[in-house]
Design a protein around this ligand. Structure first.
Ligand code: NI
Length: 159
């Protein structure tokens, strides 16, 4: 495994739409392991492939320590309710902002073995999934956030 450089806001890469993964290969799995290590090195709770310069539809979410989701070709099937909370992003260091997200989502994705899984998430889990999924379409949370600010204390839940 290796820690990769994180692409930061201003780089065009973060604004592109990622391509569908046609086959879950060892190369994809290795990239995911690098993404996990990179995310951990930055105390993040999520990381999407374009944040390490890989333009493929995949991300990792770890909404609580040790509970890791590998999402390949994710698709949000249903969204319900709304919630509103502070988010940060590894690609936008030093800022947080408040974003409206669905309270609950149903999402399908391939896992690392290439098997389709369907998940229901709510609360913070749903926030992380939506934030990461947006990255795959070139959308940053700062596009949706209000009250962007420098946090008073360093936050450890950057995505
Ligand atoms: Ni992010």
């Amino acid at each position: 495994m290796a820690i990769r450089n994180i692409v930061t806001e201003g780089d065009e890469i973060l604004r592109k739409k990622c391509r569908v993964i046609t086959e879950v290969t060892d190369r994809i799995r290795m990239t995911m392991e690098d993404m996990l290590e990179t995310m951990h090195s930055e105390n993040g709770v999520g990381i999407a492939a374009p944040q390490v310069g890989v333009m493929r539809r995949m991300f990792i979410a770890e909404p609580e320590p040790g509970r890791v989701y590998y999402m390949i070709n994710p698709e949000i099937l249903e969204m319900e309710g709304t919630q509103y909370g502070a988010e940060g992003c590894l690609s936008v260091p030093g800022l947080v902002g408040d974003v409206e997200r669905p309270e609950r989502i149903k999402i399908k994705a391939l896992d690392l073995d290439g098997n389709e899984q369907i998940y229901d998430f709510e609360g913070f889990d749903a926030v992380v999934m939506c934030h990461e999924n947006d990255h795959l379409d070139g959308i940053l949370y700062t596009d949706k956030a209000v009250n962007l600010r420098v946090p008073e204390e360093p936050e450890e839940d950057d995505e």
